[in-house]
Design a protein around this ligand. Structure first.
Ligand SMILES: Cc1cc2nc3c(=O)[nH]c(=O)nc-3n(C[C@H](O)[C@H](O)[C@H](O)COP(=O)(O)O)c2cc1C
Length: 194
């Protein structure tokens, strides 16, 4: 799968079925995140790979947002954390979360290439996640990536809006709102969109 296809194929699906979690899969995903760029090569990201029924069940108590019950069907949950002092701080610019995002993006695209769903979420308790996984207090827990296989049938626990999003990718902002031509706010031309 080429990069463009992976980008276009990736979706934050919520209907998941189990997938075998092997040491090879975990090292493969860790390796792809490891190759992401970071400020000064600081590699601020820390990933905790959580798998196996007992470990997953413990972590499920951190999924305290009812809209995220679907994530309990994930076979692997990757908790992502980092701290400010492990990456560049240039005046008011703090780069550790930016670095995490790049590492997560690489991991998610690789998971997509492997035929998996890798769905990051923000709806969880960072406090409980920290307690369960032994993450020190000075690390910010920025996301949980829920990994599984895309189920053929839509999960019955999804809300009508979530079901809609299983069928079609949520719409994106038009280029005019985010892709600018030399000056902030000046939309790129139609020709450049092709
Ligand atoms: C940082 C982040 C937080 C998110 N939090 C949640 C969440 O708590 N629950 C959820 O169901 N989806 C969550 N999502 C998924 C987004 O809703 C989804 O990516 C977006 O609607 C676009 O859909 P697509 O990824 O299928 O293109 C999150 C995604 C990101 C990147």
């Amino acid at each position: 799968m080429d990069v463009l296809t992976a980008i276009e194929t990736r979706r934050a699906y919520r209907s998941l079925t189990p997938v075998d979690i092997t040491p090879e899969l975990i090292t493969d995903l860790a390796r792809c995140a490891q190759l992401a760029p970071s400020c000064n090569n600081n590699q601020p990201w820390r990933f905790i790979f959580v798998y196996g029924n007992e470990n997953l069940e413990k972590l499920h108590s951190a999924l305290n947002s009812p809209g995220n019950d679907w994530a309990k069907a994930a076979s692997l949950i990757v908790a992502v954390c980092s701290r400010k002092e492990d990456d560049c701080v240039i005046r008011d610019r703090e780069y550790h979360l930016f670095g995490d995002g790049l590492g997560v993006a690489f991991m998610v695209l690789r998971a997509t290439e492997l035929g998996l769903v890798a769905h990051p979420i923000a709806g969880y308790s960072p406090k409980k996640t920290r307690e369960i996984l032994g993450i020190p207090d000075d690390y910010q827990v920025i996301t949980l990536i829920n990994i599984g296989k895309h189920a053929e049938e839509i999960s019955p626990i999804l809300s009508p809006k979530q079901i809609e999003q299983e069928h079609a990718r949520p719409p994106r902002k038009p280029f005019g709102e985010f892709a600018f031509d030399n000056q902030f706010g000046r939309p790129i031309s139609e020709a450049e969109r092709a």
